[in-house]
Structures are given as structure tokens and as C-alpha cells.
Design a protein around this ligand. Structure first.
Ligand SMILES: [Zn+2]
Ligand SMILES: [Zn+2]
Length: 303
């Protein structure tokens, strides 16, 4: 996760547009490059069955799903299309699909939510995705509103932009004039489409947007972009050292200080002045089973 990937020689085509012409041909490309979510798993020639195709279709309609949802979706697809088929491990199942998707320059990528580190999977373009290509169903002024929100989020200390600050920029949008009321609805559309997350009237990037646009954001805002001192991935929300200024993702903070009796900055060794956040723990999750589906993870904001 977060490993730099080679720039694609082809321009982005949009995942939907690339997929729609029909089910991808079966058979993997020789010399397939493992996607960033593999952990040294065996590379195998991908054969797409109806189970894989249905899974891909459903994942596409969601855009992004938490791992729990992905596992449910996989089970569902086997139930519908492959009652007698041997069930592949999730990692193999995804690698299999990715080996076929590779020729379309799209990939199912694994990431994690920035606030609590829940694993998520999204279908993303391998080529750099600029705002103008991220979704075909938005008008020019709507995409420009997203760009404005993105800039405010990237420039902020906290990784959040208030709706007031975003709406104050509607007069500067390219394309058709937009009223503030409309702009509010457009922001909600970005939330529904999982490009933005809203918390208490403030907006930040959804992990789908981070997975899809990391490369674009790094290239477009090289001076404003923040990275995590631990995983070196793009950082939108996180904690920072008050002495030397380095930043860490909340899940990276939790992991890094897990067994430290006294948390100290990994860069300057000064005392780490923030509360160590509670984040997603797969072992705890397994113990608790599915019974606590309603439990809300900790949503405290820190920076
Ligand atoms: Zn990190
Ligand atoms: Zn420091």
C-alpha cells in the first residue's frame, strides 16, 4: 500500500468507460506486475468466471467498499454463480481479477481509511487521474467546485475544509454559474459518490479519492502536499509533531506507538503530545464477529 507506481504511458480513460465495452477477455498478460495490494502472493494466470465478473460489476457500482463488504460481496457472487466452484482466498480472487484488468489500466486497489485504518478496496485507474477525468457524470462547474474543495483540503492544517469556505468560492467557478444552494447539493453528491466525506459541516477526502488521485495530487500540489513519516503515503488527516512538524496518519501513529511506554517523535525524539488514537484492529473485529455491525468507530479529529 502506498508504494509508488510507475507512470502509465497511456492517458486515463475512466474506469467505467474502459470497462463498459464488454467483459474483459480471460487470460492474463505474461509478466503481470503484482498490484500494490499483494503481499508476495503467488502470481497466477487470471481466469475470469461469472463469479469474478459479477463481483467486478458490483464493486464498480459501489466504487469503494470496506473489506468486510468486499468479503460479503465475494460470498454473494459465489452463491449466485459458483455454488460448486472452489472458493478462492480474497487476495487470490482480487489478484486474479487484477491480472485481467491490467490491460485496461484499471486495478482493484487496497487502501485504508485515514481516520481509523479500516481496510478498503476501490476500483481505480492506474494512469494519473486528474479531477476532470474522475467521473464522467459531473458538469464542468461541479468538477471545478470539487477542485476548489480539494485545494482547501490540501492547504489546510487539519485536512478538512468547512462548507462555508468552499461555498464562498462559488463565484469563481469555471463553467455555468452556480448558486450556493446548488453548490451545497453538489457537495452532497460528491459525498454520496464517495469522493468526499462530511463530518460536522466540514469536508475531507474519501479514501476512494485518495486511492484514485494520489498521483494527481502529488503532481498538482507538490508544495502543499503532506506525507506520512511512517508509511510515506499521501496524508490528508493525521497528527503532527509540534517541534519538528513531521506528520503521521492516525493508524500509523497507533501502530508506531503500540508498545512504546512513552510516545516520542520518530524524527526529533521530542514527546508526542497527542492522544494515541484507537484504530481498526482485525483481531478484535474477528473476536467480536458480526454482532457489532452498528458500533461506530472513534471519530475524534486531531492534527
Ligand atoms: Zn502513514
Ligand atoms: Zn518531531
Amino acid at each position: 500500500m502506498g508504494a509508488p507506481r510507475p507512470r502509465s504511458p497511456r492517458p486515463a480513460g475512466g474506469a467505467e468507460a474502459a470497462f463498459l465495452p464488454g467483459p474483459p477477455a480471460s487470460g492474463a498478460t505474461p509478466g503481470y506486475r503484482a498490484p500494490s495490494c499483494t503481499q508476495g502472493g503467488a502470481r497466477r494466470a487470471g481466469i475470469m468466471t461469472d463469479v469474478h465478473r459479477r463481483f467486478l460489476q458490483l464493486l464498480m457500482t459501489h466504487g469503494v467498499l470496506e473489506e468486510r463488504g468486499v468479503r460479503r460481496l465475494q460470498k454473494h457472487c459465489y452463491r449466485v454463480h459458483g455454488r460448486t466452484a472452489a472458493v478462492e482466498e480474497l487476495e487470490d480472487f482480487i489478484n486474479n481479477i487484477n491480472s485481467v484488468l491490467e490491460s485496461l489500466y484499471i486495478e482493484i486497489k487496497k487502501g485504508a481509511t485515514e481516520d481509523d485504518g479500516r481496510p478498503v478496496y476501490a476500483l481505480v485507474n492506474l494512469a494519473t487521474t486528474p479531477v476532470s477525468k474522475m467521473a464522467s457524470d459531473f458538469a464542468e462547474n461541479e468538477l471545478d467546485l470539487f477542485r476548489k474543495a480539494l485545494e482547501l483540503i490540501i492547504d489546510s492544517e487539519t485536512g478538512f475544509a468547512s462548507s462555508t469556505n468552499i461555498l464562498n468560492l462559488v463565484d469563481q467557478l469555471k463553467g455555468k454559474k452556480m448558486r450556493k444552494k446548488e453548490a451545497e447539493q453538489v457537495l452532497q453528491k460528491f459525498v454520496q459518490n464517495k469522493w468526499l466525506i462530511e463530518k460536522e459541516g466540514e469536508f475531507t477526502l474519501h479514501s476512494r479519492a485518495i486511492l484514485e488521485m494520489e498521483q494527481y495530487i502529488r503532481e498538482t500540489y507538490p508544495d502543499a502536499v503532506k506525507t506520512c513519516n511512517i508509511c510515506h503515503g499521501l496524508l490528508i488527516q493525521g497528527q503532527s509533531c509540534e517541534t519538528c512538524g513531521i506528520r503521521m496518519h492516525l493508524p500509523c501513529v497507533a501502530k508506531y506507538f503500540r508498545s512504546a511506554p512513552e510516545p516520542r517523535c520518530p524524527h526529533c525524539n521530542d514527546y508526542w503530545p497527542h492522544e494515541i488514537p484507537e484504530v481498526f484492529n482485525p483481531d478484535k473485529e474477528r473476536e467480536a464477529g458480526t454482532s457489532k455491525a452498528n458500533k461506530k468507530p472513534s471519530r475524534s479529529r486531531q492534527h
